[in-house]
Design a protein around this ligand. Structure first.
Ligand SMILES: NC(=O)c1ccc[n+]([C@@H]2O[C@H](COP(=O)([O-])OP(=O)(O)OC[C@H]3O[C@@H](n4cnc5c(N)ncnc54)[C@H](OP(=O)(O)O)[C@@H]3O)[C@@H](O)[C@H]2O)c1
Length: 250
């Protein structure tokens, strides 16, 4: 039985990814800060789900979590670096610097450090797959996307650079770049709990669902071992590109 470690397992994509991987015969270690949410998922998924409380931005917490993984003596076949967040939609000139710090700490430093801890064992075993959760925001700029989009651009380039370093090994790295998704806590977190604003965002729009994303993760994980899926970009049909902005009489 293969073992996957999914970060951000307490909600949204992560929870759906854990469900889908368990349904497809994987043992899943699910990491997040909210233990009670992980306990609920354990109740639902049973013995093939192992909850692991971890804050990826906290060095001590991450060290302890990695020690717990080592103690389980379960080599990680698939790492899904999914934990992440956006905070705020203010323009850069109005943004709260603490939001920027938290996004960088989670989406950049946290993702990097989880990878740094688990990658050597994959290289030693000469197998393994890392699936990073990027975003369309890492490619397409939009007003208010400032640091969030930049952290996801980091995820894209880090994923490609990892593959460059992994030349000559069988370790694979993929980056998924979703567009607008509903059914997760992402927008509620981003909009600081403003449920009306969240409802307005998703009103009359058929967005991507967490289960859609989970299917993509399972599909990547099930590809033959001689293939590396570099990047998958996915948007709802209801979402497409906006024209570049022009200000008249500036
Ligand atoms: N939803 C979208 O529209 C969308 C689009 C493109 C990309 N994405 C990306 O997809 C990923 C998942 O997003 P989602 O929509 O599923 O959001 P979500 O429902 O808010 O889930 C985020 C998950 O990350 C975990 N997390 C946050 N900070 C953490 C930390 N410091 N340590 C450990 N876990 C942490 C949360 O758990 P705890 O709070 O329990 O720690 C939660 O399980 C993110 O990387 C996001 O940027 C989302």
């Amino acid at each position: 039985m293969k073992t996957a470690f999914v970060t951000g397992a307490s909600a949204g994509f992560g929870k759906a990814i854990c469900r889908a991987l368990v349904a497809n015969g994987y043992r899943v270690i699910g990491g997040a800060r909210r233990s009670e949410k992980l306990a609920e998922l354990e109740q639902e998924l049973g013995e093939h789900f192992i909850p692991l409380t971890v804050d990826v931005t906290d060095e001590q917490s991450l060290n302890a979590a990695c020690e717990s993984i080592r103690d389980l003596s379960l080599p990680i076949d698939v790492l899904v670096n999914n934990a992440g967040l956006a905070l705020g939609v203010d323009r850069a000139q109005d943004a709260d610097a603490r939001n920027w710090e938290r996004m960088i700490a989670t989406n950049v430093t946290g993702l990097s450090m989880v990878t740094h801890k688990l990658l050597p064992a994959m290289v030693e075993a000469n197998s393994g797959l890392i699936i990073n959760m990027g975003s369309c925001a890492g490619t397409y700029p939009y007003a208010g996307g400032n640091i969030y989009g930049a952290t996801k651009a980091f995820v894209r380039q880090f994923s490609l650079n990892l593959r460059a370093d992994l030349a000559g090994t069988r370790v694979r790295v993929s980056n998924i770049e979703p567009g607008l998704c509903s059914g997760t806590e992402f927008s509620l977190v981003r909009l600081a709990g403003d449920q009306d604003a969240v409802n307005a965002l998703y009103q009359d729009v058929e967005a991507i669902r967490p289960e859609d994303l989970a299917n993509i993760v399972v599909w990547i994980a099930e590809q033959p071992e001689h293939m590396n899926i570099n990047t998958i970009e996915v948007m709802p049909v209801a979402q497409t590109f906006a024209a570049l902005s022009v200000t008249r009489n500036l």
